[in-house]
Design a protein around this ligand. Structure first.
Ligand SMILES: Cc1cc2nc3c(=O)[nH]c(=O)nc-3n(C[C@H](O)[C@H](O)[C@H](O)COP(=O)(O)OP(=O)(O)OC[C@H]3O[C@@H](n4cnc5c(N)ncnc54)[C@H](O)[C@@H]3O)c2cc1C
Length: 230
């Protein structure tokens, strides 16, 4: 397997090309840190729809799941899909309104989703979904029963075509604006968990598991060039 995704006509970043990344390490690190993806597909009557959902990853395959009654999961298999994951790293505050921007790491994946019929793959996908959101949780929870499995559709999307884009650093200013008397810079942003809140039925004295008390998404990312948002 190549370390990089092939750059295709679909995935070649035109605007802000210096921010493009195609290496699997960067793409997968962003996918693994994210919690929510957005899936775009075209409905059978030709309308584009973008829906947010949870996901998991095993190797080059992304998995999403939902009710068998979900229109997204039904219509999504009918044609090509595009999945995005975005990590917001900072608000970029410029001396001009025009050059305000954001620091981010984002991934765009193209492919065709398929329904997972194989029971073993479905089990593994559901474990991956739970482990993606709360690593360590599957050992601490009742597995899905036959009725729950029958009510759940799992879609797989092989990541064949993917691009990442990464913006870091301060605002890009027009030279004529550099002396303006306004503060400029970056307000770093991070997803930070607060203290776990116990469900009322949790017996007193049962502490939250360590993996929740120390919950963090993976930290750190690669850097890249600077310019106005693009
Ligand atoms: C948090 C955030 C805020 C942004 N704010 C703005 C904004 O305000 N204005 C603005 O113009 N742009 C913004 N962008 C960048 C935006 O996502 C597009 O990259 C940009 O608008 C160029 O669009 P385009 O259609 O010309 O892309 P093109 O460069 O033509 O896209 C070609 C291909 O490049 C890849 N690609 C493009 N963008 C991304 C991406 N973000 N991540 C991964 N792959 C990508 C895809 O595979 C795409 O099919 C923002 C991005 C993020 C993540």
């Amino acid at each position: 397997m190549s370390a990089d995704f092939a750059v295709t006509d679909l995935t070649r970043v035109r605007r802000g090309a210096a921010r493009a990344r195609y290496d699997r390490a960067t793409v997968f690190a962003i996918l693994d840190e994210g919690l929510v993806c957005h899936i775009a597909h075209v409905t059978p009557d030709g309308r584009p729809v973008v829906l947010p959902t949870a996901y998991g990853r095993i190797g080059d395959t992304l998995y999403v799941h939902g009710s068998t009654a979900s229109r997204m999961l039904g219509a999504g298999v009918a044609g090509p899909v595009c999945v995005t994951v975005t990590l917001l790293d900072g608000l970029v505050v410029s001396r001009s309104a025009f050059h305000h921007s954001m620091n981010y790491r984002s991934v765009v994946v193209f492919g065709t989703a398929r329904v997972v019929d194989d029971p073993d793959e479905k089990d593994a996908a559901l474990v991956a979904l739970v482990e993606h959101v709360v690593p360590g949780r599957t050992g601490d929870t009742r597995p899905p029963n036959r009725r729950e499995l029958a009510a759940t559709t799992v879609l797989a999307l092989t990541v064949d075509e993917a691009s990442a884009k990464v913006r870091t650093g301060p605002p890009v200013e027009e030279p004529a604006d550099e002396g303006l008397p306004y503060w400029a810079g970056v307000l770093p942003m991070r997803l930070t968990p607060l203290a776990p809140v116990a469900d009322p039925l949790v017996p007193s004295g049962l502490a939250p598991p360590a993996y929740l008390q120390s919950y963090r998404r993976p930290a750190g990312h690669s850097s890249s060039g600077l310019s106005h948002f693009s």
